[in-house]
Design a protein around this ligand. Structure first.
Ligand code: ADQ
Length: 417
């Protein structure tokens, strides 16, 4: 059989309201992750490692840093017609910006007409995982479905955050019902505590997708959403298949790692996904060179750990530390530090996520904190030790007690508290 021509579309226009303040001035897919990456690097690395070289990224909301990251990092070889192209909302059809994820693709149908693919792979841009999309495409072709939805089991309590997939036991490869974010759902026959969630990754026969998008665009009663409207369209016609993510084989991956999938849509899940990276036996292993996660290379020197004044030891344990970091007599434990962070004498950084350019002053303490870029923590200040104090100082604190500071947010001197 002749190889199918595949176009990959990455949906990267989401606003990411639940990730505020990290999405205050950047799109969710551009949120920094894991000390060196941006969230979109996972989707793009997966596509490139799957062998796909024609990739369009649909952007919309506060897309400046996302566009810059894509153009600086993801330049493929145009000579071979390889590209990762960032496509902003352009009001190509009518006067509205993208209404929903399906409308984003509908308004960009010219890309499909230009590329003439047989198959369109559509993926979200805000999850942490490794996935070989080519295995899903092969399964799609073999099944004869017109649309295939990637699926992963999730705890019942999360049904209201995902598309819920039901299959018919007599034909388990087909989706018999699909409901987008229902308040509750029954559990699976073999596991009553879990349901089958859509991962927001789809494979379509190109012609069938174009037809579905055109029909959806004519309707006034839909939200023009991939999960809410396009998947149900294929389900109603009996043309939607399901791809079980546990079939995903990744070279060099452990059993646990190859089926790891984390939706980092909230501050708590964003924080937990960081903790998954640094556990000594990592739940998600960044160090698998057979399926690399690519990102922008920084020109900063290697990280450095030295004694501080009075001989205090500079150290990091159970942590990830990016290049350009200098720990001078401070201690870092259970944390992820991005490029060019400074940790000064006697400072302690515990179970925290610290982004580029932050400075932790002498004797300061961070505990279960996320610092967005360029936050200066004055000497002796503490963050994350007293939730009420944190709230009084205008810091955001999640229900589970993670304190988050926005880009460059001012931390008062300890005597101003
Ligand atoms: P959500 O993630 O809640 O659920 P949505 O907000 O549409 O759905 O985001 C999906 C992807 O599309 C994200 O990558 C987002 O950045 C992007 N996106 C959203 N609006 C866009 C727009 N106007 N233009 C371009 N891109 C846009 C979806 C599915 C569920 C599934 C979960 C899995 O709808 O069925 O369970 O993903 O996380």
């Amino acid at each position: 059989m002749a190889p199918k021509r595949v176009l990959a579309i990455v949906l990267a226009g989401g606003e990411g309201k639940r990730l505020m303040p990290l999405t205050a001035d950047r799109a969710k897919p551009a949120v920094p992750f894991g000390g060196a990456y941006r969230l979109i690097d996972f989707a793009l690395s997966n596509l490139v490692n799957s062998g796909y070289r024609r990739i369009v990224v649909l952007t919309q909301y506060k897309s400046h840093s996302l566009d810059r990251h894509i153009s600086e990092t993801w330049r493929l070889t145009p000579l071979l017609q390889n590209y990762v192209a960032s496509v902003p909302a352009q009001q190509r059809v009518g006067k509205s910006w993208f209404l929903g994820s399906a409308n984003a693709i509908y308004q960009s149908l010219n890309l499909i007409h230009d590329d003439q693919p047989d198959i369109v792979v559509v993926v979200g841009a805000d999850h942490v995982y490794r996935m070989d999309f080519d295995q899903m495409v092969q399964s799609h072709i073999e099944s004869g479905a017109k649309a295939t939805v990637a699926a992963v089991r999730q705890p019942l309590s999360m049904a209201n955050q995902f598309g819920v997939i039901e299959t018919d036991p007599s034909n388990p490869g087909r989706i018999s019902a699909f409901v987008e974010k229902p308040p509750t759902t029954p559990g699976l026959p073999d596991d009553p505590d879990q349901f089958l969630a859509s991962m927001g990754n789809y494979v379509f026969d190109s012609d069938a997708l174009v037809e579905a998008l055109k029909r959806d665009a004519e309707r006034l009663d839909t939200k023009h959403d991939m999960g809410g409207d396009i998947v149900p369209y294929f389900v109603e016609r009996g043309e939607a298949g399901v791809y079980d993510f546990t079939r995903n084989e990744i070279p060099g991956s452990t059993e646990r790692d190859r089926t790891y999938w984390r939706d980092v849509g909230t501050i708590d899940s964003f924080y937990e996904a960081h903790m998954d990276l640094i556990s000594p036996l990592p739940v998600f292993n960044l160090y698998n060179a057979k399926w690399p996660i690519y990102t922008r290379q920084f020109v900063s020197p290697p990280a450095k750990f030295v004694r501080g004044v009075g001989g205090s030891v500079g150290s990091a344990l159970d942590s990830i530390v990016a290049s350009g970091v200098v720990v001078t007599g401070g201690s870092v434990e259970g944390s992820v530090l991005s490029h060019d962070v400074r940790v000064n004498a006697g400072a302690r950084v515990l179970d925290s996520v610290v982004m580029d350019g932050c400075v932790i002053g002498e004797g300061a303490v961070l505990n279960r904190v996320i610092l967005d870029k360029n936050v200066i923590v004055p000497p002796g200040a503490t963050i994350g030790l007293d939730v009420r104090l944190d709230k009084r100082r205008g810091f955001q604190v999640t229900d589970s007690g993670i304190t988050v500071l926005s880009k460059g947010q001012i931390v008062p001197e300890p005597d101003e508290d």
